[in-house]
Design a protein around this ligand. Structure first.
Ligand code: COA
Length: 336
């Protein structure tokens, strides 16, 4: 271990990180597509571990929540060096650099169930890591070319949100708490808080947010959500029943289309699925990996209904065992 040093990751390390360390998520790794962002965007501090000339590890700090939080992301260490303390070296260095920013008060990391089991109790205690939520992942392989045509009109009460809609939802406390009971709007393993500074992560070239709206004659919180013919007022956040945030990236296996659901009423689940299946048609003849992500407590309900719904389009489940669910941990930043 003594010869290993940590330095900032550069664009020129791309090949060594991506090809040298390899795809750590069974062909679904997001880092190949996002590497440039991870090493050039001012919100990211990314590091490599180097042994002699060889890059053997990578780790990144993503600063968010207006500088108040850091999410440690994309950890990976070359297989031959696994278990030799490389991640620990990267962590110490990363934390030292983040501390210099002085604004960061909270840290987080998210692990698949298999990795979470590798984190020792003593490490969790030392860091003060607490579990904040578990998200279930369901993967589906979609042969887009063979999909029957899905019209947008089949999900009439679902509408894409603008930044103004999302900001209005964040500002409306009662609705915000109903849709985000943990006050967390997660995207791809990052537990963003519902703050305006984070909106750009949810509405951009790769990402969008979609909401379903209840009819006028029901009250918020009611279990009954009739499907309405048109969206009466997209800005009326009290009528939002369920929100789904999508994020697209290119992985080795093909495009990955990730949808995370927020809310506790799932009456409009199928309307959202219609919308997303419709969106998938833009991928032409590709096979797309669709992943549906939601709070683990809804797993039995969502699994049955998505199976039935997606089954009618010939979409089959394709589970990756080591990422059946993700555990989000947080701690105060500064712990040892
Ligand atoms: C997970 C991985 C990065 C661990 O790297 P490593 O260099 O073998 O880890 P180390 O030898 O430094 O030991 C890990 C230490 O960090 C802790 N730890 C913190 N976060 C961890 C995590 N996400 N996974 C595993 N251990 C973690 C462990 O408890 C251990 O500390 P301890 O010895 O005090 O108990 C490596 O196995 C890997 O590249 N796996 C494939 C990619 C992957 O799954 N990334 C993780 C995403 S969460």
């Amino acid at each position: 271990m003594s010869g290993v040093r940590i330095r900032r990751a550069e664009l020129t390390d791309r090949e060594a990180v991506i090809d040298g360390i390899g795809d750590v998520y069974w062909g679904l790794d997001y880092l190949p597509d996002l590497y440039t962002q991870f090493v050039t965007h001012p919100d990211f501090l990314s590091f490599v571990a180097v042994d002699g000339q060889e890059v053997i590890g990578f780790y990144s700090a993503h600063i968010h929540d207006g500088g108040l939080a850091v999410c440690k992301r994309a950890a990976r260490v070359k297989k031959q060096h696994d278990g030799t303390g490389v991640l620990k070296l990267l962590t110490t260095h990363l934390e030292r650099e983040v501390r210099q920013l002085t604004t960061v008060r909270r840290e987080s990391m998210t692990c698949g169930s298999e990795n979470a089991a590798r984190i020792s109790e003593s490490y969790k205690q030392r860091k003060g890591l607490r579990e904040v939520m578990r998200m279930q992942f369901l993967f589906w392989e979609v042969a887009v070319g063979t999909l029957p045509s899905v019209e947008r009109s089949q999900s009439p009460n679902v509408a894409e949100m603008t930044s103004a809609d999302l900001e209005a939802l964040f500002a409306h406390e009662q609705s915000r708490k109903r849709i985000f009971p943990q006050d967390i709007l997660s995207s791809f393993f990052v537990p963003f808080r519902c703050r305006p500074e984070n909106m750009a992560h949810f509405i951009n070239d790769r990402a969008s947010c979609v909401a379903s709206y209840r009819a006028d004659d029901t009250t918020p919180g009611s279990d009954v959500t009739p499907h309405v013919k048109t969206v009466t007022s997209a800005g009326d956040v009290e009528k939002i029943t369920l929100l789904s945030a999508s994020f697209v990236y290119r992985a080795r296996k093909g495009h990955s289309y990730n949808v995370t659901f927020f809310g506790t009423e799932y009456a409009d689940l199928e309307a959202h699925l219609f919308y997303h299946v419709h969106k998938l048609q833009r991928f032409g003849h590709e096979t797309v990996i669709l992943s549906l992500v939601f709070l683990q407590e809804f797993a039995p309900l969502v699994l049955e209904r998505t199976k039935t719904f997606l089954g009618q389009f010939g979409i089959t489940r394709s589970q990756y065992p080591a990422i059946d669910h993700s555990i989000f941990f947080e701690s105060d930043f500064g712990g040892q």
